[in-house]
Ligand binder design. Structure first.
Ligand SMILES: [Ca+2]
Length: 389
C-alpha cells in the first residue's frame, strides 16, 4: 500500500506541474501578439508625415522663380502711366530750344540766351497742331508792391494826365502763390487752330470759324472771341482729346508770364517793339519810343520767348483767364487755382496787354477785364491743361 500511495502522489505532482505549464505558454503567446499592434501605430504616423512632406516641395519651386522674375518687377512701373493714358491720354513730351533775352533799363539787349523746354503736340486735324509747354511747379510773388504801383502809375501819367491810380492798385496786395505743374500754349491760339476747333462738335454754343479782324496770316492770333466762346473752344478740345483743356487761372498766367523773373516784364525793366507787339509810342520806363504796327503779328514771329519758352505773353493780344473780376487780391487763392467766388462773375480777367496798348499795360502784373460776352479786336486766348488731376 505504501507503494500505491507513492505512485498516486507522483501522478498528482505530474498532473499539477502539467496544468501549471499551459497557461504560461498562452501568456507568452499573448505577449508576442501584443507587440504586434504596437508597430501598427508606427506606420500610421508615417503616412501622416508623407502629406506634410509632399506639399513642402511644392512651395519650393515657387520661391525659385521669384528671384528669376525679379527683372519682371521692373515692368510693373510701366503700368503706372497706363492708368493716366486711360483717363488723360498722357502726352509724349519732346524738347525744343528757343532764344530768350533780357533788356537793360534803356531797352538795350544783353546777350541772348538759348534755353530748352518740354512740350507735347496736340493734333487738331487738317494738318493743324497746337504745342503745349510744360510749366514747372513753383512759388512766386504775384502782383505789385507800392513802389511798383507808383512806378507804373507815374509812367501812365506821362501820357495821360487823367490816369487813375486805382487801376494800378488792382495789382495789390502782392502775395505769394504756389502753382502746380501744368501745360500752357507755347503761342496764343491762332486763326488756323480756332478754325479747326470751331468745326468740331459743339458743346454748348456755336463758334464762328474765322472771327478775326486781322486776316493777313492764319498764324496770327485769333481775336474777337468772347470769354464764353474761349471756354467753348476749350471744352471742344477737351471732348476731342480727353485732356482737361481750360483757360489758365490768373495766377497761372502771371506765373507763366514771369517765368522766374521779378521785373516788370519777363525781358527786364522795359520792352521794345522789336521783341513785343504793342504801341511803341507809349514806351515804358527809359526805353526809347518805337514802332506801332497797329495790328496783330503772326504768333512767335518776333523771335524771343520768356524763360519758360512761351511767346507773346506780353502784347499782341490780351488773353482771357478763367477768374471772376476782383478789384484787388484781398482773399485771392494762393494755390494757383482760379478765383471763382465773390467779385463780379460777369467780368473776366484779361492779361498781357496788346498791339494797341501802351507798354505799361503789357507788364506781367497788369490786369484788365471784359464782360463775358464782349469781343475785342485785340482780345484772344491761350489754353492750359493740368499736368495731372
Ligand atoms: Ca499776348
Amino acid at each position: 500500500m505504501a507503494i500505491t500511495q507513492r505512485v498516486t502522489i507522483i501522478l498528482l505532482f505530474i498532473a499539477a506541474a502539467t496544468w501549471l505549464a499551459w497557461p504560461r505558454d498562452h501568456r507568452v503567446g499573448a505577449q508576442v501578439y501584443r507587440p504586434t499592434p504596437s508597430p501598427k501605430p508606427k506606420p500610421a504616423p508615417t503616412p501622416a508625415r508623407r502629406p506634410v512632406v509632399k506639399p513642402a516641395p511644392t512651395p519650393r519651386p515657387r520661391p525659385t522663380p521669384t528671384p528669376e522674375s525679379r527683372p519682371r518687377i521692373l515692368i510693373p512701373p510701366a503700368p503706372t502711366p497706363t492708368p493716366k493714358s486711360a483717363s488723360f491720354s498722357s502726352p509724349t513730351l519732346s524738347t525744343f530750344s528757343f532764344e530768350t533775352v533780357t533788356l537793360d533799363e534803356r531797352g538795350n539787349e544783353k546777350p541772348r540766351r538759348r534755353l530748352q523746354a518740354d512740350f507735347f503736340t496736340e493734333d487738331l486735324g487738317g494738318g493743324v497742331t497746337m504745342e503745349m509747354v510744360r510749366i514747372p511747379a513753383g512759388e512766386f510773388a504775384m502782383g505789385s508792391n507800392d513802389g511798383e504801383i507808383q512806378e507804373a502809375f507815374a509812367d501812365a501819367k506821362r501820357y495821360f494826365s487823367g490816369a487813375s491810380l486805382d487801376i494800378y492798385k488792382r495789382e495789390s496786395p502782392k502775395h505769394t502763390v504756389r502753382v502746380s505743374e501744368f501745360y500752357l500754349g507755347r503761342f496764343e491760339v491762332t486763326r488756323a487752330q480756332w478754325k479747326q476747333v470751331a468745326r468740331m462738335l459743339k458743346v454748348k454754343i456755336e463758334l464762328n470759324e474765322d472771327p478775326s479782324n486781322f486776316k493777313d496770316s492764319w498764324k496770327q492770333p485769333v481775336e474777337q472771341v468772347s470769354w464764353s466762346e474761349a471756354v467753348e473752344f476749350c471744352e471742344r478740345l477737351q471732348k476731342r482729346t480727353g485732356r482737361a483743356y481750360r483757360l489758365p487761372s490768373e495766377a497761372e498766367w502771371e506765373y507763366a508770364a514771369r517765368a522766374g523773373t521779378t521785373t516788370a516784364f519777363a525781358f527786364g525793366p522795359t520792352i521794345t517793339p522789336q521783341i513785343v507787339n504793342y504801341d511803341g509810342n507809349y514806351h515804358y520806363g527809359n526805353a526809347p519810343k518805337g514802332d506801332y504796327r497797329q495790328k496783330t503779328v503772326a504768333v512767335g514771329s518776333l523771335g524771343v520767348a520768356n524763360a519758360f519758352g512761351l511767346f507773346d505773353m506780353h502784347g499782341n493780344v490780351w488773353e482771357w483767364c478763367q477768374d471772376y473780376w476782383h478789384d484787388s487780391y484781398n482773399g485771392a487763392p494762393t494755390d494757383g487755382s482760379a478765383w471763382l467766388s465773390g467779385g463780379d462773375s460777369s467780368l473776366r480777367v484779361l492779361r498781357g496787354g496788346s498791339w494797341g496798348y501802351l507798354g505799361g499795360a503789357c507788364r506781367a502784373a497788369a490786369r484788365s477785364r471784359y464782360g463775358v460776352g464782349v469781343r475785342g479786336i485785340d482780345v484772344g486766348l491761350r489754353v492750359g491743361v493740368a499736368a495731372r488731376t
